[in-house]
Design a protein around this ligand. Sequence first.
Ligand code: AMP
Ligand code: GLY
Length: 421
Amino acid sequence: MDILIIGSGGREHALAWKIQQSSKVKSIFIAPGNAGTSQIAKNIDITTTEEIIGWLKKNHIDLVVVGPDEHLANGLVDKLEILGIPVFGPTKMAAEIEWSKTFAKQFMKEEGIPTAMYEVFDDLEKAKSYIKTRSFPLVIKASGLALGKGVTIANSINEARETLDEIMLTKVFGKAGDEVIIEEYLYGKEISIHAFCDGINTILFPPAQDHKRIFDGDKGPNTGGMGTIVPVPYVTQGQMKIIKEKVIIPTISALKRRGRPFKGILFPGIMLTKSGPKVIEFNARFGDPETQSYMRILETDIVEILISCINGNLKEQKITWLPRSACCIVCASSGYPKEYQKGKTIGGLDNIQNDDIVIFHAGTKPDKNRIITNGGRVLGVTATGENIQESLVDAYKALELISFEGIQYRRDIGQTITDCP
Ligand code: AMP
Ligand code: GLY
């Protein structure tokens, strides 16, 4: 098979790495890819829907795998389905559960899926009156896609007012801020759940934990994610059963009933609260950097799984995971998630002797015979181990050998679970 992966992040490099191990695969193309993907696949320098469709009309591809949410929101999957090209990912209508938080909240309310209490506003003055009646912290979200930056946890009424002004008046997120959601703050531990879905059936991955804030101790602004561990030792089978029965299955059934069957990865962010697991948000794609850890311990041929999701045969598909733990530590450019510089030489990538370390590239680019930084999140260093601790020791050892000007990474990935085996 010839496979095209859409995207340029660590997630896409990890998917390519795993897809490459499939006996079914002849060639892998990545649009646009990065310096890492160019070592195992052919990078194609195209990004827009029109460019991708134009390229696919000229090149025969047996399977397209869509990474980023923007393409799902823009209906790339629908367009490829019309052309008869097998594609892994949800249609625009099914992906609305990610690209419209208003839709997702309304859907959860109507279907009885546990989530934070909320109100939606398209009028600034009404939103400002409402916050006077609430206690703090209070969560304020722009409804549309905002590159993971559309959520503010306001600790006071002044902060809440300023946030509403920024979103609804100054329009810092553009049209994504036409509506805001104001919701109850949930206390608890946050985990990432992924499920393969074929429109009707679903198979859950083991639980993952991301680390969203830029600095150690969960300080500083939110990022796309600074590191992950899989599985999460403190999550019980009982909690996973509740998540499957109260969140994943009702969501898939209701989307099917509403005429928008979901094929792809359903990825809810879940808060484990005192009153049970609650959905923070839904994503309609593989997580980044969750995927980097997941691909290290997925045992089954991923191409087989992706095809069974597309063909609606997931029920017959067996999925196994190595009995190991995995971690991914993200190295980012200085300044990220705010402004950062690109073009710094990355050193040390060839010095790593440990075969169990796999480095997935994100914002990197080849430049003559060097590799240079080309984004906020630059590399994801992954390792596996008998347990999380073992994988973390190896990953942090490898990190000491890697360098670029301004490199920053969290030193405490997985630390909240250090007391667990
Ligand atoms: P989201 O983009 O909706 O995932 O929100 C980004 C981050 O904000 C989440 O990963 C949580 O850490 C935090 N967050 C969002 N909603 C809530 C909530 N209702 N209560 C507590 N934290 C939240
Ligand atoms: N790591 C979180 C996400 O992919 O949205």
